[in-house]
Design a protein around this ligand. Structure first.
Ligand SMILES: [Zn+2]
Length: 472
């Protein structure tokens, strides 16, 4: 068979067969946007011709990482909301309310570029500026599962922390209508797809939430929603429905396989198991939740019942990076520390949670997540000559996977390919000018900061106070 590209004399992690699928002396052939053949170098070179041959010595080839929950639209607020309680209401909102479409777009471009540089090929991106998200995922060349934020929060009246949010039903309907417009567009590339994105159970009415579930059924798509996150949601649910979130979702018929729930930090172990048994997926964001809430999401309880789980980097205002190497390491570490045991979440398992299992969690398991013939060629190469991966030991015990999880930082990623096309090659972005995106982010951030009410910040922000004391 005539192929477009063969990467040969390399090592692969295919992520097949329940482990990491390590193959030495390996080659991988690509035809169009798909993986055509995977196997032994000698055999593949003997049986196939290709337009391009790429020697893969000292490289490790593996599936691209999957960020199952990210808000690229708020990336310009990186580092403005950590180390405080009330992350969203006190930390984020004074700044995020000033973000306009242009600023969200500048953040999206910056954040996607950061993700790609660190080996992410698929982003489940959640945000209010769907148009900007489509534009930049398209332009940069990433695979994206996009959700337009749908909520009924009334932006005209001030939200007072601790009081029940007033709902604006028209706002929710408008958000939903915008989401549907994009889902129904036919001219988008195959790699751009959509989930419906109700923001959180406390941020829209039950009526609208039920409507969204019905639509997800009709459109054969999923629901991407923050669930049982933080004291804020807990308090709102108690005030509005006199109930905890997960039992309430179950009672209303909203706990099922349509749902990909994010966080679950307020869930009891029994509630987590209830959600897992319902067939719903779970995405945990270890870095973000560690920094903004000081909690470890209940991944272990979930995995005792079901295997539909994934990892996400969440957001830059308080994570403060969007790097799946960071998420793999933190997820492994936090769960070990929480249990005072080195056994939970070993390296191979978190690597699976960031690749093949994430793909399954997002309903894309037949398309991406492993180096399997017939799947899309979404892959990355890792430079094994980097100091922190050296020496590579292959016998009598391999150290590749543990070092990938506990020592790699993302800068070891040399190439990134999505659907057979390099979008990052030898350490440089291929489809966009990095300098331009950085410049655009700087100027948009400066413009937004001009609008922030500094007087109010001085009165209410613990971070502003810390700055005054010389701590920032
Ligand atoms: Zn989120």
């Amino acid at each position: 068979m005539q192929l477009d590209l063969i990467i040969y004399d390399t090592e692969l992690l295919t992520m097949e067969d329940g482990g990491v699928g390590y193959l030495a002396d390996a080659a991988l052939g690509i035809k169009g946007d798909k993986i055509a053949v995977v196997g032994n170098t000698e055999k593949i070179l003997a049986g196939h011709q290709a337009d391009r041959l790429l020697e893969g010595k000292n490289l490790l080839v593996m599936p691209g990482l999957i960020d199952a929950h990210i808000h690229t639209g708020i990336a310009l607020l990186r580092g403005l909301a950590q180390d405080i309680s009330g992350w969203m209401e006190e930390g984020l909102w004074p700044f995020s309310r000033q973000l306009d479409r242009e600023a969200r777009e500048a953040g999206t471009a910056l954040n996607i570029m950061e993700a790609v540089r660190n080996g992410t090929t698929l982003l489940a991106d959640f945000g209010s500026n769907l148009e900007g998200m489509v534009k930049w995922h398209r332009r940069i060349g990433t695979r994206a599962l996009l959700s337009k934020t749908i909520n009924e929060l009334d932006s005209s009246s001030e939200i007072i922390p601790g009081e029940l949010y007033p709902f604006d039903h028209r706002k929710g309907e408008e958000d939903l209508a915008e989401a549907l417009t994009w889902i129904e567009k036919e001219e988008l590339p195959e790699r751009i797809s959509f989930f419906l994105g109700p923001q959180a159970p406390d941020m829209l009415s039950l009526e609208l939430l039920k409507k969204i579930y019905d639509l997800a059924g009709k459109l054969e798509t999923g629901i991407h929603m923050h669930v049982a996150q933080g004291e804020r949601e807990h308090r709102q649910m108690r005030m509005r429905y006199n109930s905890r979130t997960i039992p309430w979702l179950a009672r209303e018929g909203l706990l099922n396989s349509k749902l990909n729930a994010v966080h679950l930090t307020e869930a009891t172990p029994e509630e987590t198991r209830l959600l897992a048994r319902s067939g719903a997926g779970l995405t945990v964001c270890s870095g973000s939740i560690g920094i903004i809430d000081g909690q470890v999401p209940p991944l272990q309880e979930f995995l005792e019942v079901a295997d539909r789980a994934a990892l996400g980097s969440d957001q830059a205002p308080g994570n403060n990076c969007n790097n799946m190497f960071n998420e793999m390491k933190l997820t492994a570490l936090f769960n070990k520390i929480r249990n005072e045991s080195p056994l939970p979440l070993p390296a191979w398992k978190v690597l699976r949670l960031a690749t093949i299992e994430a793909a399954g969690c997002l309903g894309l398991g037949d398309k991406v997540g492993s180096l399997t013939p017939g799947k899309f060629a979404d892959l990355i190469t890792i430079d094994l000559k980097e100091i922190n991966l050296s020496p590579v030991i292959r016998h009598p015990l391999r150290n590749l996977v543990p070092n990938l999880v506990y020592s790699a930082r993302g800068s070891e990623v040399r190439d990134v390919m999505v659907a057979g096309r390099f979008i990052f090659r030898k350490g440089r972005m291929v489809t966009v000018e990095e300098e331009e995106i950085l410049k655009q982010a700087d100027s948009a951030a400066a413009r937004i900061m001009e609008r922030v009410d500094e007087e109010r910040l001085a009165r209410l922000s613990p971070l502003y106070q810390a700055q005054r004391e010389g701590k920032l």
